[in-house]
Ligand binder design. Sequence first.
Ligand code: MEV
Length: 390
Amino acid sequence: MTKSSRLPGFYKLSVEERRQLLAELAQLSAEDLRALAGGLSDADADVLVENVIGTYALPFAIAPNFIIDGEELFMPLVIEEPSVVAAMAHAAKIARAGGGFTTGSTPPIMIGQIQLLDVPYLDAAIVRVQGLKRELLAKIEHLHPTIRKLGGGPMDLQVRKLEDTPAGPMLIIHLLMDTRDAMGANAINTAVETLAPELEAITEGRALLRILTNLSDQRRAWASCRIPVGALETPELTGEEVARGIFEANAFALADPYRAATHNKGIFNGIDAVAIATGQDWRAIEAGGHAWAAREGQYRALTDWRVENNHLLGYLEMPLAVGTVGGLTKYHPTARLALKLLGDPDARRLSQIMVAAGLAQNLAALRALVTEGIQRGHMALHERRLKMKD
Ligand code: MEV
């Protein structure tokens, strides 16, 4: 990566000029650049899903200006919506005034669920499963030798009792597994399917569903920023007014699900765009994020914004189950290029980069909404599009 991720005037270049400049700055090879021209081959697409008749392209862009934990980054984005890229680049530039984004994450622990029905004595079954935890975990240790070699593997079994469901009481077993740099859906699903017959025998119940949960709340990432309010000033408003507006807009989304849905959609404009660029299962990420947003019983904003000592403080934390090995990252040359642009991160680092992208996008949306409104930038691009069609 270059010393700085600032790219003034990048937007004024032609697509080809941008590619050449990026190749120079990020030391991309001719083969890397070819990945930007087409991406997935028919043959690889045919391996991924059924009944393939071709592939489908979307714009691939970069947002400059990012500093994440002191590292300068170009954010790779695949998105069709006008303004998102420019808005994110602008927000990343504003955040630079406070040193950029600081991030963190938990270890990459996925959860798989086993549903047990017709368990005759729920409480006795819970005690038995808990007593046999070590033996049960030992039975699935051999399943994923690569994950184990890298320090991951099964970690814990937790038992939950759902006493009042439309189908009567049931016992739910959670398998917690560190899947390292894999997103881990296959690993966890194999593990819960393997464990289910043992659990049926122990609980005298009937196993039905054996599947991961997308509410991967043991695998979270967070990002924060601390921006001097002066950096938020516009020709019409002081930095204090903009910062206060962002705090008030966030308060609206914390209190009202109608606003929270739109607020969080803006966050996913950033997160999904990086997820798609880097070959992630963005539906899984969305499902986890929205379920997390409703974890207290009301759907709320995922972010927290406040003003303290002349600084605007932003924070976003959410589940982010991502992988940098296996899945699409194995087949898609453009996804591999996106990961290369990010310095070939491991899964934890990628989740941290993505959550910073989400926070940046939220900052951009709120800043626009509390100042000039969202339509000005949006319509300018829309008009450009219409002109191109003429
Ligand atoms: C549009 O795609 C996203 C926004 O509506 C998000 C928001 O309202 O916070 C601008």
